[in-house]
Design a protein around this ligand. Structure first.
Ligand code: ATP
Ligand code: MG
Length: 459
């Protein structure tokens, strides 16, 4: 294009010379050259406009977030037509429109009457789906002048509808004041061309938003479904355990009682010294048998919990006494040091003593099992507001982070001889008392279980 202009300049000079020499055809030609020159200037202008439109289109296509997109649209529109201020209005889901999006008004510019004016204008553009261009609004009979338009010295206004595939998306509004040049038909064309790109981009962004929203909803539904399914499977397993437990537990209970009594009497015989040197060996074996009986009894109690839902039998219960009783019931290896820190001022609580016993036998058993090399078992109680709190703390192996979530699930166990019912039962029992149980652990250092029980159990 520059080349063409240079050629034209040369031609121009040539004609000037010809004219000076008095050649007659020169004036007509000169006029022709002038026309050509202005054509070329127009073309160049259009070329630039196309280039900036292309740039805008590229930029808009890259934005999938609606809010980013709107910001970008209004920025580009302002630069494209040399406006001072503007905003993008969108058609809302209810058919009305909202303008809160992407506005570029200087803070001092915004006035309510001002807004009312631009809003009514944008309404009109959207209703008629036709653009509005006014070069001098102060003289334009179509609009009612508000005080603010006069004070603000708004001169030229441009508003175009945003339409994509026949669907109205919204409108772009821009204006200028006296000090700046008014908009022209060319500006209107340019903004309209941009608006059609922008409308398509807005439509895509909105569709994308919709898809994303329904996708999130779907994911949510799928995970809820999974959860429900898992619960169903778990419930079915528990029901099966319950059916099995009833028959097995009763079969086992009696022989265990017989064994316990037998051990007790044999132990007395040994203590009376009638067996000579074998006494020590016998005692060791009795201890072993006793521990095994403990274990079986605990399993039976846990299993029975699932087979019959015995109603709670509430009484005024001394939690400290239950904790002490627990320490006596669970066989304690010598390598484990027990620390009792029980709050003597703890009030009695309304609870089912047998059930609480089972809770703490399970927790203490776990704690002892977590310290195969020995360690410290700390049992603590205190009052906290309306709750009685008991802590069972060990310095054992700890619980890996990834197991924490599954701890209370039935059948979760990491032990060769465990069935994984202990904590599941424990939690049910605590929650049955409207209490809470939680675990905190440092792998390699130890674990603390915290049981909170309301002092006054209502209902
Ligand atoms: N104090 C603790 N320290 C470390 N790990 C623990 C502790 N308490 C529980 N756990 C972990 O939680 C799992 C589940 O405990 P839970 O008492 O429910 O079952 P279990 O002890 O394995 O078997 P069960 O109690 O039925 O004989 C255990 O296998 C163990 O991995
Ligand atoms: Mg256990």
């Amino acid at each position: 294009m520059t080349d063409t202009l240079t050629i034209l300049d040369t031609l121009d000079a040539e004609f000037q010379r010809l004219q000076e020499r008095g050649t007659r055809s020169a004036p007509g030609m000169l006029k022709l050259v002038d026309e050509l020159r202005s054509e070329i200037a127009d073309l160049r202008q259009q070329g630039q406009e196309l280039a900036s439109l292309y740039e805008v289109a590229q930029d808009l296509a890259a934005k999938s977030e609606l809010s980013d997109l709107l910001e970008s649209i209004i920025d580009k529109a302002i630069v494209l037509v040399g406006a001072e201020r503007g905003f993008v209005a969108l058609v809302g889901p209810d058919g009305g429109y909202y303008t809160a999006t992407a506005r570029r008004f200087g803070a001092h510019d915004v006035q309510e009457t001002d807004e009312a004016f631009s809003s009514s204008l944008v309404n009109r553009v959207m209703e008629r789906r036709e653009p509005i261009l006014t070069t001098n609004i102060q003289d334009d009979g179509r609009f009612e002048l508000t005080q603010s338009i006069i004070v603000q010295r708004i001169r030229s206004v441009l508003a175009v509808p945003l339409i994509a595939r026949g669907e109205l998306q919204g409108a772009i509004y821009v204006d200028t004041r006296m000090s700046i040049r008014p908009f022209s038909e060319a500006d209107l064309r340019l903004l309209q061309a941009m608006a059609s790109q922008a409308a398509m981009a807005i439509r895509s962004a909105r569709l994308y938003d919709d898809v994303r929203a329904s996708n999130a909803q779907l994911n949510q539904m799928v995970s809820e479904l999974r959860e429900t399914q898992a619960q169903l499977v778990q419930a079915e397993r528990l029901a099966a355990v319950g059916r099995l437990a009833t028959s097995v537990a009763h079969e086992l209970r009696n022989p265990l009682m017989v064994m316990r009594t037998a051990v007790y009497f044999l132990d007395r015989v040994v203590s009376e010294g009638n067996v000579g040197e074998s006494g020590e060996i016998l005692k060791r074996y009795f201890t072993m048998i006793d521990r095994e009986i403990d274990r079986q009894t605990k399993i039976i109690n846990d299993l029975l919990f699932f087979s019959r839902n015995r109603p709670r039998q509430l009484a005024d219960v001394d939690l400290n006494a239950i904790l002490d009783e627990t320490l006596m019931r669970v066989t304690m290896p010598e390598s484990v040091e027990v620390r009792r820190e029980l709050d003597a001022a703890l009030p009695t609580i309304r609870a089912d003593a047998d059930q609480l016993q089972q809770v703490f036998v399970n927790l203490v058993t776990n704690a002892v099992q977590a310290m195969p090399e020995g360690g410290v078992l700390a049992i603590t109680s205190y009052r906290d507001g309306g709750d009685a709190v008991a802590l069972v703390s060990d310095t054992g192996v700890g619980i890996p982070e990834e197991d924490m979530e599954r701890l209370f699930q039935p059948f979760f166990t990491t032990k060769d001889k465990g069935i994984g019912l202990g904590l599941a039962v424990t939690r049910s029992l605590v929650e049955g008392h409207r209490g809470t149980i939680s675990a905190a652990s440092q792998p390699g250092h130890g674990t603390t279980f915290t049981v909170r029980l309301p002092v006054e159990l209502v209902g």
